[in-house]
Design a protein around this ligand. Structure first.
Ligand code: MN
Length: 716
């Protein structure tokens, strides 16, 4: 038996004693035959690649089918017959996984479009079976390890993609073991000089660092033994890429400037021991206040749990702060293996030494997959458990953007560039025009259409999901002239106040003090006016929240009969359809129902509800399925009388146009008086019945638009 497969079989048996090793070996032989004669760029036989990828995969302790699919992952070339044969030999599950891998495509980076298509498929498949992603990550890891055999220009492209796509996916799945390796390898090919520098500087201080780490581990271990806490203490240097990134971020010129080059890690059995350990450490060494994080009580979004603290006094040589992470073995396994570890520990309360149940996550996943295939539940399970609340979308150029779930093309636009956001006029999603407020899905390709002269719209604030988009839109409006906005706000508000018969704004804007039942200071009142001026809040909304209808209207008394005769066809009262008030409706022209008549609603496509008398012939002829019960609402109780004045230069038909505008709003006129002003204008004093302030507001709007009208106000 060849040794390269023997190692895989041995490792499998260690955590999976029930595995059918003959089946795994058969897969190896099958792959070896299929790849016979093929060579890697390195000159080695091709079979070395799937074997090495499977070795990486075994860190995640996958199930038998996933191991087999990984060995076979490059067997399927272009023919359907390969899939059929694999299914015949290894079963449906393996064939599905192998086909999933094939669908992702052997990413060859021939032009941007191909890459986009591959990535898109990848993300789509990610939502259907996570095991395909695990294989893909193991595959990529080995490809990165053998990248030196590839042409230099290809190296850069592959490394870049690894850094931008694969490492973030590994991180998102919480597989830090893969993430750090992928990042360091990509770092080596993308920034070879920086990589070499970080490495040599680390090597330079390795001896003293090693001494310190050993000393610190011993000291911590002794402290824990005294406290009778059974725990494992390990010291670990951070990986190159994260060190380099930190140097870039802080503007450091040398590795030595970073004090937390390594972390000490304490692994305990129970949660409680984590806190006891923390207590023991804080008791002896001084913690840096701001560096303490309790991710056990409040886990990170991807589920990461640990206590982080940084203390002074442990480093006796350099007297530098020392970072310590404290967590249970279970939390540690999850931190390293992420999604792969998630289920295996969820099943078993006691953390360590799991054998059979280590596979629980795969079983659960497969079960979930078959039970809930293509249903929303499975997607939900994945998105809450693993992908948390993020989506990946692509630019047409193949850039991958990580956005919160529910993000819109507008969020996408602002993530690409502020200017793209500001000038966005539309979007294309997967090549089709889509609204800027539509919801993006995982894997979609998004293109933003811009117009240079376009400026942001305040409406955008109502639907964008990312804080950065919100901040950028707000910043745009804040940059508009402050004084200008206040002046505009005052003018708008004064006009509205006058209209409602209220005094104009005083210099201290006192009328706004109790806005929304609050107690606003002068500055807050001014800010409200500024918001009216810059349009972030509608003046009508403010006024509606400022006054109750009761303040400007008097209730109708039963003795005060409405003078309804002035309007030829009054639509008195609301109709309640199927016990639902407020639905739009029209009165039927055939039977002309009046208040008090027995009525029913008929739902007509594109017209909505038409109210008929119940004895109407047309209603009787109609499809009974389209008929809904209807009733007149109780109209007299909430009606209130408001006196308004509508003035302007008299003309033929002036009164008719004014009363028609009122009738169109379905508002009743209770009284009407005409007089002439000293400026030879005609003033219509009208008493109208309204049920809510919004209705009055809309009426005043309409009246202002009647030809010849130059004054519309509520009078006391
Ligand atoms: Mn491969």
């Amino acid at each position: 038996m060849p040794s390269e497969i023997q190692s895989i079989l041995d490792r499998t048996q260690q955590y999976l004693p029930t595995a059918d090793l003959a089946r795994i070996e058969a897969a190896y032989q099958f792959a070896k035959a299929a790849h016979a004669g093929q060579l890697r760029f390195s000159g080695k036989p091709y079979i070395t690649h799937p074997v090495a990828a499977t070795e990486h995969l075994l860190t995640l302790q996958p199930d038998e089918d996933t191991i087999i699919a990984c060995l076979l992952h490059d067997v399927i070339e272009d023919t359907e017959s390969d899939v059929v044969e694999i299914e015949k030999k290894f079963g449906k599950q393996v064939a599905k996984l192998a086909a999933g891998m094939e669908k992702l495509g052997k990413v060859r980076f021939q032009g941007q479009d191909r890459q986009v298509e591959n990535l898109r498929k990848m993300f789509v498949s990610m939502a259907t079976d996570l095991r395909v992603i695990f294989i893909k990550l193991a595959d990529r890891l080995h490809n990165m390890e053998t990248l030196d055999a590839v042409r230099p220009d290809k190296q850069k492209r592959i490394a870049k993609e690894t850094l931008e796509v694969y490492a973030p996916i590994a991180a998102r799945l919480g597989i830090y073991e893969f993430k750090t390796k992928l990042e360091d390898l990509a770092f080596l090919y993308l920034y070879p000089e920086d990589y070499a520098r970080v490495r040599s500087e680390l090597a330079g201080s390795e001896k003293s660092r090693g001494q310190f780490v050993r000393g610190a581990v011993t000291e911590l271990q002794a402290i824990l033994t005294t406290a009778k806490i059974q725990a494992e203490v390990v010291g670990r240097t951070k990986h190159y890429y994260s060190i380099w990134k930190k140097m870039q971020k802080k503007g450091f010129g040398s590795v030595d400037e970073i004090y937390d080059l390594f972390a000490l890690r304490v692994l305990t059995e129970t949660n409680a021991e984590c806190y006891t350990t923390l207590g023991e450490i804080h008791n002896r060494f001084t913690p840096l206040n701001k560096r303490f994080k309790d991710y056990i009580a409040v886990p990170k979004i991807n589920g990461y749990q640990s206590l982080h603290t940084t203390v002074i006094g442990l480093d006796k040589v350099g007297n530098q702060p020392t970072e310590i992470q404290i967590r249970t073995h279970a939390m540690h396994a999850e931190a390293e293996l992420g999604a792969a570890a998630h289920w295996q520990y969820a099943e078993k309360k006691q953390a360590v030494k799991v054998d059979q149940q280590k596979l629980q996550w795969v079983k659960n996943l497969v079960e979930l997959g078959s039970q809930l295939k293509d249903s929303d539940g499975f997607m939900e399970q994945l998105s809450t458990d693993v992908l948390s609340d993020r989506i990946f979308v692509l630019t047409p150029g193949g850039r991958v953007l990580d956005l919160p779930a529910g993000a819109t093309p507008m969020d996408f636009a602002y993530t690409v560039h502020t200017e793209v956001g500001h000038t966005a006029v539309g979007a294309k999603v997967n090549g089709k025009i889509a609204p800027l407020d539509s919801t993006l899905q995982n894997g979609e390709v998004v293109e933003i259409l811009t117009k240079r002269e376009n400026t942001p719209n305040r409406f955008w604030l109502s639907f964008v999901k990312t804080d950065s988009a919100k901040t950028k839109i707000k910043a745009y409006f804040n940059a508009l002239d402050h004084e200008e906005n206040i002046a505009a706000g005052k003018e708008l508000l004064n006009k509205q106040l006058t209209r409602l018969g209220k005094p104009k704004l005083t210099t201290d804007y006192g009328v706004l003090r109790h806005y929304k039942k609050g107690d606003l200071g002068k500055r807050e009142r001014e800010q409200l006016i500024e918001r009216i001026g810059n349009g972030s809040i509608a003046v009508a909304t403010v006024v509606r929240d400022l006054f109750a209808l009761e303040e400007i209207a008097t209730p109708t008394s039963p003795r005060q009969k409405p003078a309804a005769t002035l309007i030829r066809e009054p639509k008195t009262g609301d109709v309640t359809i199927a016990e639902e008030p407020g639905l739009p409706y029209q009165l039927a022209k055939c039977c002309k129902p009046k208040t008090g008549d027995s009525i029913a609603a008929l739902v007509i496509a594109r017209k909505g509800a038409i109210i008929h008398k119940t004895d109407c012939k047309n209603l009787a002829r109609a499809n009974p399925k389209r008929r809904l019960p209807a009733a007149w609402g109780d109209t007299t109780a909430t009606n209130r009388l408001v006196k308004i004045i509508v003035g302007g230069h008299n003309r033929i038909g002036f009164l008719r146009d004014i009363t028609a505008a009122i009738a169109k709003q379905e508002i009743n006129i209770a009284d009407i008086n005409l007089r002439t002003s000293d400026k030879h204008e005609i003033l219509h004093e009208l008493t109208v019945e309204v049920t809510e302030l919004r209705q009055l507001d809309q009426l005043l709007d309409k009246l202002e638009r009647v030809e010849g009208v130059n004054r519309v106000e509520r009078i006391r």
